[in-house]
Write a protein that binds this ligand. Structure first.
Ligand code: CTP
Length: 415
């Protein structure tokens, strides 16, 4: 029977360590009958790892692919399968479940379930919960390409979109039929992005546009070699995602990184400092804030050799020329946030950059400190405002650091 359970002790301990938009959120995961159901197990697992409390509702079809026990084992919570089960308390609980939910996610969503949701039918626990709920709804279609293309499906998806439902995917790739096409359930990390977005879309940055830069630029020497730095891009990506999760429209201008693209963020890929400058400036007319987390090369080779430089002498000298300072020269009316990566005299150097680059806020980090090295998932930063007030933050995940920066950005943007 469906019984509401408080989080277990281990879940509660986990919550304190969790970073992200999902911590402590009630997620109703609706699973409908598609072979992609097996992927919903991974989604359930990642949601739980993100600190969410996940209540699963399975359609009859879904239970033919994966057992309720599998979801129960992952979520540590009861799984609803049949509202007409006389042993089930669901018939009275579904309204409470709908009211408690911060988001409902239907993944995978079959063509049939999409049609039911579009019509507002309520003939099973999942659709009944959806009709009873006021929270955001994310629908992740998974089906054969022809079924997706069918005018009825397209009409139903358009109906849901117009109603404010967040449609996640489907992706393109290999389908269960063996053919390739549109219809694949999105992969878990992307789905997580859509879910975080849906939870926060009316957040305190909604209606705001943020331009964020990330990664270390690459300055070519010849067709084979580049000058770059150790920036992983994680801080900029975390900022972009945290801003998205508070409702902002985000443009992420990024140098090459190993990170997956952030869902629902406009990603502009560049390589050099010059390309980054052009891309950023072209998005600044609508921006409320520019947050420069990128490690921009200060120098680039004065001459770009169009042929590979051959090995000859023992010494090779490459002449370097200064790049343009993007932050300092960016024009427009927006809140300016810079980063200062320092290995000594942190506060002093960061304060000089505020004045020199006319910043509203600088995020200073000591790159030699434990937990703040390149590639780390955490960062220990000091925020310094225009008034030179110094706010030293504890060691936090980059997502949490981002939220502390965004609190300041929100206040700086004002009304
Ligand atoms: N920055 C920029 N354009 C550059 C160099 C840096 O927009 N050509 C931005 C960085 O993205 C960062 C801030 O300026 O937000 C400070 O970068 P940092 O490398 O710490 O300082 P620099 O001004 O380059 O000075 P130095 O390297 O001497 O510390």
């Amino acid at each position: 029977p469906y019984i509401w359970q408080e989080p277990t002790a281990s879940q509660s301990v986990g919550l304190n360590l969790m970073a992200g938009a999902l911590a402590n959120k009630h997620v109703v995961l609706g699973v409908t009958g598609s072979i992609a159901c097996y992927k919903a197990l991974d989604l359930a697992s990642k949601l739980v790892q993100g600190g969410a409390l996940v209540d699963t509702i399975m359609s009859y079809g879904a239970t033919q692919f994966v057992t309720p026990l599998a979801f129960r084992s992952i979520t540590h919570r009861a799984v609803v399968t049949d509202s007409f089960d006389t042993n089930s308390e669901y018939s009275v609980e579904h309204v409470a479940l709908a009211q408690r939910a911060d988001v409902i996610v239907v993944a995978p969503a079959t063509v049939h379930c999409i049609a039911k949701m579009a019509l507002g039918l309520a003939d099973d626990p999942l659709t009944t919960t959806i009709v009873a709920a006021k929270c955001p709804l994310v629908v992740a279609p998974a089906m054969d390409g022809n079924m997706y293309d069918h005018p009825a499906t397209q009409f139903n998806i358009a109906t849901l979109t117009n109603r404010g439902v967040v449609i996640a995917g489907p992706g393109i790739g290999r389908l269960a039929s063996g053919l390739s096409g549109v219809g694949r359930l999105l992969e878990t990390p992307e789905l997580m992005g859509y879910i975080s977005y849906a939870i926060g879309k009316n957040g305190d940055l909604s209606g705001r546009t943020l331009v964020v830069s990330a990664g270390g630029t690459m300055e070519p020497i010849d067709p084979v070699r580049v000058i770059t730095n150790h920036s992983s891009g994680k801080m900029g990506y975390a900022l972009a995602e945290a801003a998205r999760d508070r409702g902002a429209d985000v443009v992420l201008v990024t140098a090459p990184t190993n990170l997956p693209n952030s869902a629902l963020v406009k990603v502009v890929q560049i390589q050099t400092a010059e390309e980054m400058g052009v891309a950023i400036q072209s998005h600044l007319d609508k921006a409320d804030a520019l947050v420069m987390a990128a490690a921009v090369a200060d120098y680039k080779p004065s001459v770009l050799s169009d042929q590979k430089i051959k090995k000859s002498e023992d010494d090779l000298n490459i002449s370097l020329a200064k790049t343009t300072d993007i932050l300092k020269t960016a024009t427009g009316n927006f809140v300016r946030v810079g980063f200062a990566a320092e290995s000594q005299n942190l506060v002093e150097n960061a304060k000089a950059k505020i004045t020199n680059k006319k910043l509203d806020l600088i995020v200073a980090n000591d790159i030699t400190a434990e937990g703040s090295r390149f590639g780390s998932d955490t960062n220990k930063v000091t925020l310094i405002g225009r008034d030179m007030r110094v706010d030293e933050l504890p060691l936090l995940t980059k997502y949490d650091v981002s939220n502390r920066i965004l609190d300041r950005v929100r206040d700086l943007i004002g009304d």
